[in-house]
Design a protein. Structure first.
Length: 383
């Protein structure tokens, strides 16, 4: 298959990623807000986030293994269908225990989708355009994260959460239909090399890169599971919370646009800068009480996470044997799952036992831990 055909397929793939990421991401962001309306405490919010991310972590590894052994496009479409069904189930949820159960399914849907989407992008992309292709992949899902929370906040405020969940299911349905019609049949992605020679030991040189992600994902878990609920606690409406999340993710998207420049600038410099912005964000969010006082630190968070996400993914992708790409992406997403599980679980308990102020103070130090790991990571010889 020539490069022109690969680029054509990638364009359709990016649209499906945008649609599915909008549904999965918007629901993940606004679920803490919905849970707070049902009386959830900080500990409940942390548990909801942790349950989903325990499943997310486990499934990323399984999904990566499957993608290296079975046809990737078919799996991608199956995983998209799982996401569609999960969104529909949320419309029947009306209690914290029910949220916990369906949040676990959302963890499954998210894990399989993100591992498959990143693997397909890397596999379909012409090799010399890998950084550009991964940059567009990141732009596709962050665009969904940008538009989704604001529109979703408006829909849930005006028409209720049942219609909101149905609307997210509808988006993913369109993604599934588009994938069936415009991707399936045009390309087949099945590894033909011997799997007996492919081992996780080959990913050992990436250990420091994976460790560098842990402090970042701990903060990310708080951002997704605790901060939206915290903003609801202090009196912000779902529409305002959605707008703030939209602004944050919009900033992330603008940073994603510069991924090639960030890669040229160097992983160490980029991650050092990201660490500073995230630490400043957690320091400032401690005094959040209205839209403006939350907005500034969330913009800082958007800049920091906008640097970390594409730079780390590019660093790992370029150092991965092709036959292990699915597994490498699975481990990459599993690290996200671990951090996003431990962050909300421990963070929710700290906020309830002490205060949200204490939690964010601790996270300042966590964000700064990115620096030493990133320094060591970039001093390793290229595998």
């Amino acid at each position: 298959m020539d490069d022109a055909e690969r680029r054509s397929i990638l364009k359709v793939l990016y649209v499906t990623i945008f649609l599915t990421a909008t549904g999965l991401g918007t629901t993940t962001f606004l679920l803490p807000v919905y849970a707070e309306t049902l009386g959830a405490s900080y500990t409940d919010l942390g548990l909801i986030g942790a349950v989903g991310n325990v499943v997310y972590t486990a499934l990323t590894l399984i999904c990566g293994y499957m993608l290296d052994r079975y046809e990737k496009v078919s799996l991608y479409l199956v995983f998209t269908g799982i996401g569609m069904a999960t969104m529909a189930l949320f419309s029947f949820v009306s209690s914290i225990p029910q949220i916990l159960a369906v949040r676990a399914l959302l963890g499954l849907a998210s894990a399989t989708f993100w591992v498959a989407a990143s693997t397909l992008t890397a596999q379909i992309s012409p090799r010399e355009e890998l950084t550009q292709s991964l940059g567009r992949y990141n732009l596709a899902w962050i665009a969904g994260f940008t538009i989704g929370p604001y529109v979703g906040g408006l829909v849930s405020s005006l028409y209720g959460y049942t219609l909101f969940f149905y609307s997210q299911a509808a988006l993913i349905t369109v993604s599934l239909v588009l994938g069936l019609m415009r991707i399936r049949g045009r390309i087949e992605l099945l590894n033909v090399s011997s799997h007996g020679r492919a081992t996780l030991g080959e990913l050992r040189p990436l250990t420091l890169a994976y460790l560098t992600l842990i402090p970042f994902t701990l903060v990310l878990g708080i951002y997704m599971a605790i901060i939206p609920g915290h903003m609801k606690v202090v009196g912000l409406t779902a529409a305002i919370i959605g707008l703030l999340l939209t602004v944050t993710n919009g900033v992330r998207g603008l940073v994603f646009l510069n991924v090639q420049q960030l890669v040229k600038w160097g992983a160490w410099r980029s991650m050092f800068t990201a660490s500073l912005f995230m630490a400043a964000s957690m320091f400032l969010v401690r005094s959040g009480g209205d839209a403006m006082s939350f907005g500034i630190p969330l913009v800082f968070y958007g800049i920091g996470s906008g640097i970390m996400t594409p730079v780390a993914l590019d660093f790992i992708s370029k150092r991965t044997p092709e036959r292990l790409r699915g597994t490498a992406m699975g481990v990459h997403e599993a690290i996200y799952g671990i951090g996003m599980c431990l962050g909300p679980l421990i963070g929710g308990a700290i906020a309830d036992s002490y205060s949200a102020h204490t939690l964010y103070t601790i996270l300042v130090g966590v964000a700064l831990l990115i620096m030493p790991f990133a320094y060591l990571m970039t001093r390793e010889p290229k595998p």
